[in-house]
Design a protein around this ligand. Structure first.
Ligand code: PLP
Length: 428
């Protein structure tokens, strides 16, 4: 396809050089589809990005979550450049790390102490290690997605390469199911160090769920860890613990903290986090890198000054209500289901007749890309989106639903899909 000529050629080369041609599974063709859209992005500004063939897109992926202000924001850039002129990283910490730690302690309800790392996985890994050290127990309960480390990924279908002994130490529970946790706590009495959960999943916590979780963990001496790598800096400044007024013992933050710069943090009760001072090992070379810290301080300031979270909820609601209207209009409420809370929401796809959910997803995705929308089903709202972009999204979603209806009528995607189907590596 001429429109994606450069992307197609570079993807072919890239696949020879690096697995799937991308450094993150969900940025690869396996998630975006192949042959009917871009594979490489060259630049971004605000809520728009341009692929290497020069095609323009409104982006609702927000780089998988990090972009909370907008791409290439001049104010954040300026803060980074100002710090760059002093230096990137030094042989001792820079005062900016203490400034940022103080800021996080100020805005995150349960945070008394903070440790900076780089990826969300580093922060969840640190939290789990701290929970084990603090309790002297080995088992971990997981609820959600928590990154690439053995204790979590060993509990999923992608567990190749992880020793069975490690896998035995992790148990999973379903979200909003307090009884499942109760039964694990009684089955493994005195053995569970911590429960780590994404506090906002799907349509959010049922009334009282997080509070019960807090009581239950306290009663059983289990460390409660909120994985706010997605929910932090997206739903509220202090994350879900502020939104629902529940204080966990530890919180992992990442993604949206610095508008795209790589920084994450584990924060929480001093008596737990400060075990790091005693040698509970959480220490990385780039933990003191300052450009990301400068970006985080500026990002937080902009989020506050511009009342970002009110805006994320308002625009997200507009999008969600619009999608719901379109589903009713197109009679597709059973095939496409709205999912998530306003600032991070979108569609879940279901199979119908001989069509799988991935058939339906691919048909929709193709139309989105053709019409200049970058989305992965679930959308993030950032400060540079406006009602105009939501309207464009809805117009294109309506067209995508039209294609889905055609595919359902034909009971086939063959004559509609122009390339390879979406085929995620990680299936929850
Ligand atoms: C909830 C949650 N926790 C942890 C992680 C891991 O973060 P990272 O990919 O930055 O290591 C992710 C990544 O998507 C996530 O969504």
């Amino acid at each position: 396809m001429d429109k994606y000529k450069k992307s197609i050629a570079l993807l072919k080369k890239a696949r020879e050089l690096t697995p799937l041609g991308a450094q993150t599974y969900s940025r690869s063709f396996r998630y975006f589809g192949e042959g009917y859209g871009p594979s490489f992005i060259e630049r971004g500004k605000g809520c728009k990005v341009w692929d290497i063939d020069g095609n323009e897109y409104i982006d609702f992926v927000c780089a998988l979550g990090p972009i909370t202000i907008g791409y290439n924001d001049e104010r954040v850039n300026e803060a980074i450049i100002k710090q760059l002129e002093k230096g990137i990283i030094f042989s001792q910490p820079s005062p900016i790390s203490i400034e940022l730690a103080e800021k996080l302690v100020d805005i995150i309800p349960c945070a008394e102490m903070v440790r900076f790392v780089k990826n969300g996985s580093d922060a969840t890994e640190a939290a789990v290690r701290l929970a084990r050290a603090y309790t002297g127990r080995d088992m971990i309960v997981v609820c959600g997605y928590h990154g690439m480390h053995d204790w979590y990924i060993g509990s999923t279908a992608n567990h190749r390469g992880i020793p069975e002994q490690i896998r035995q130490l992790t148990k999973s529970v379903d979200y909003n199911n307090i009884e499942a946790l109760e039964s694990l706590l009684s089955e493994y009495k005195g053995q569970i160090a911590g429960i780590i959960l994404e506090p906002i999943q799907g349509n959010g916590p049922e009334e009282g769920y997080l509070q019960k979780l807090r009581q239950l963990t306290q009663k059983n001496g289990v460390v409660l860890i909120f994985d706010e790598v997605v929910s932090g800096f997206r739903y509220a400044l202090g994350g879900a613990s502020e939104l629902y007024n529940v204080a966990p013992d530890l919180i992992a933050f990442g993604k949206g903290m610095a508008n795209g710069m790589p920084i994450s943090a584990v924060a929480g009760k001093k008596e737990i986090v400060d075990l790091i001072s005693e040698g509970v090992f959480v220490s990385t070379t780039f933990g003191d890198e300052t450009l990301s810290m400068a970006a985080a301080l500026k990002t937080i300031k902009i989020l506050v000054d511009e009342k970002a979270f009110d805006k994320f909820w308002t625009l997200g609601n507009l999008m969600q209500e619009g999608i719901q209207r379109l589903l009713l209009k197109n009679g597709l409420e059973e095939v496409l289901v709205t999912h998530g809370l306003a600032p991070h929401q979108g569609l879940v796809f279901n199979g119908i007749r001989d069509l799988s959910y991935l058939d339906i997803n691919s048909i929709f995705q193709q139309k989105m890309l053709e019409e200049g929308i970058l989305s992965l089903g679930i959308n993030n709202i950032n400060l540079s989106h406006s009602q105009n972009e939501i309207k464009t999204y809805l117009d294109v979603a309506d067209m995508g639903m039209g294609d889905i209806k055609k595919a359902i009528a034909a009971n086939s995607i063959k004559s509609i899909l122009k390339g390879e189907k979406i085929d995620p590596i990680f299936k929850r």
